[in-house]
Design a binder for this molecule. Structure first.
Ligand code: PGA
Length: 259
């Protein structure tokens, strides 16, 4: 059976205590769900990570960092190095979230350095890609995504594939003003992403899970998860209440099992 991925990026929300309470509740709520069938992950704020790591069994909920510098150490004020994240006992690093690209101006070439560093340090690496509304309007979404993947994953050996996850998050669909992508549109794009991964890595690329993110909510989660090329849901706002996220996961899983 295909494994489904469910995760959330807590962005710049929830401090140390709130994160702990949220994670404990989420672990408790979801403890009966088979981790062979679902992979659950949460990406809290940096300051919450040390406590989060202590309070969570990462076999149940994998914890990740929202960003990472690409050098082990050096004169990089304000950056967090892969070694520092390793020291925390983290397993996952997210690279290239839309807000990093579009609010903080990160480019594909930088995402590539981060992906390489994260893989070298043994992290599971979640590379986020997505086109802007303007790029979609000009009909170049496919080209943009292919570029983000080809540059972002440049020079990566196919032996690293088991550490790679990809999230498709169209910029126009993310956050309070976002419009969720239709399941049909998401499926078409996920196919393009999977074809591009095949171009880069060959057949082994089939192993790489491709998650959809951007205004996922309890209404659209079921339609999205039943699409053949969607392997999981990367959820923001609709996941920040542990009870609601648990319900969303169960409903999506039920829809998937009964499709
Ligand atoms: P959203 O966020 O679900 O609140 O739109 C998604 C994301 O940024 O990953």
């Amino acid at each position: 059976m295909k494994k489904l991925y469910f995760g959330s990026n807590l962005k710049m929300y929830k401090g140390i205590e709130e994160t702990k309470v949220y994670l404990e509740k989420l672990c408790d709520n979801t403890k009966d769900l088979s981790r062979e069938e679902i992979e659950l992950f949460i990406i809290p704020s940096y300051t919450s990570l040390p406590d989060a790591v202590k309070s969570v069994n990462q076999q149940m909920v994998r914890l990740g960092a929202q960003n990472m510098g690409w050098e082990d150490q050096g004169q990089f004020t304000g950056e967090i190095s892969p070694c520092m994240l390793e020291e925390l006992g983290l397993q996952l690093v997210m690279v290239g979230h839309s807000e990093r690209r579009h609010v903080f101006g990160e480019k594909d070439i930088e995402e590539n350095k981060k992906v390489k560093a994260a893989l070298k340090h043994g992290f599971t690496t979640l590379l986020c890609v997505g086109e802007t509304a303007e790029e979609k309007e000009y009909g170049i979404a496919t080209e943009v995504l292919r570029t983000q993947l080809k540059v972002g994953l440049h020079g990566i050996d196919s032996s690293r594939i088991s550490q790679l996850w990809v999230a498709y998050e169209p910029v126009w669909s993310i956050g309070v003003n976002g419009i969720p992508a239709s399941a049909e549109y998401a499926e078409v794009i996920h196919k393009v992403i999977k074809e591009t991964l095949f171009d880069i890595f060959g057949e082994a690329a089939e192993e790489i899970p491709v998650l959809y993110g951007g205004s996922v909510n309890p209404q659209n989660a079921r339609q999205l998860i039943i699409q053949p090329s969607i392997d999981g849901l990367f959820v923001g706002r609709a996941a920040w209440d542990a009870d609601k996220f648990d319900r969303l996961i169960r409903e999506a899983k039920y829809a998937f099992d009964n499709k």
